[in-house]
Write a protein that binds this ligand. Sequence first.
Ligand code: AMP
Ligand code: MG
Length: 332
Amino acid sequence: MQEIRLLKTGCSNYSRKEVEIISEVMKQGGLLVFPTETVYGIGADARSDVSCRRIYEAKGRESDNPLIVHVDSMETMSRFAHTEEVEMMPELEKLWPGPLTVIMRKKDGICNTATAGLNTVGMRIPDCNLIREAIKVSGVPLAAPSANISGRPSATRASHILKELGPLVDLVIDGEEATYGIESTVILPEGRKCTILRPGAYTREDLLKIFDQVEFGGSEGRPLSPGTKYSHYTPEKTLYRSDREAIIKYMEKNHGKVLPIVTKETADILGIECMVLGHSDKPMEISHNLYHCLRQLDKSPYDHGIIETFPHIGYFISIMNRIERASVKLEE
Ligand code: AMP
Ligand code: MG
């Protein structure tokens, strides 16, 4: 097996030397796997077609699915995108560093491979001091989608993708577990209105504090996020989804054959081996554990799994977006 270059460090607990190692890889147009507060990213210089092409190849990502560009500051963002055209930017800025991606008109510096030929770019400032520092020191804007083979659950720990992506990149930064565990909220702002192209860690309620109107998706004729049309987040084994009551009934007949991926409360009622997502009133716990649980299902001896569903409210909307795309509805 090809050697994997691994750097064990943390987003806030790192040395000057480590920042230099990372920024050197970035300056040379290399590929790196790195931690963020949402999920792990696989990134390279957003100005270089050659480097960005390697990201698509490593992931097996469709070439019409643009990458998010990560920067260290508003100043850097303004060098690469028309931030001045976003009316609510002074308010949006306050959500960074954080799990928000804003679609804007791009400037020339960002290569066409990073934006899949679009004249817009999705930009964000990630909440990982180490990565922001490396971007600042290297001067390299980092184009980075989630670090996973396309279609599979995103990685929330370096160990999730070490075998599959490790040999294909120049450096794997093994930092802490991703706090949120699901991807950023992608928005298209238009004046005092905004469209959520992909729900994520910032909710519609958070955005309604800034915009007069916030819609999901985009009605006909409006640009949608290209990535949302592809299958996503799916484990290798079949995963069903259902609510707590149906899972309890289903498990009476399927005990020992199916792995329940459920809340702590449901696991307590079932009293059998389960993957626990977290407490039902703690969505952050659930999102943090979600992809890890999906990956554990594939490693388990069970033939398939069944995952608990949640009401479409607040942050659970984003969690359900991932669950619905990762699973099939249990029909009884
Ligand atoms: P990933 O980085 O794998 O989490 O995916 C990034 C998401 O952002 C995908 O759904 C992309 O389609 C979306 N995205 C990135 N850039 C743009 C853009 N310029 N316009 C619309 N959606 C974008
Ligand atoms: Mg992704």
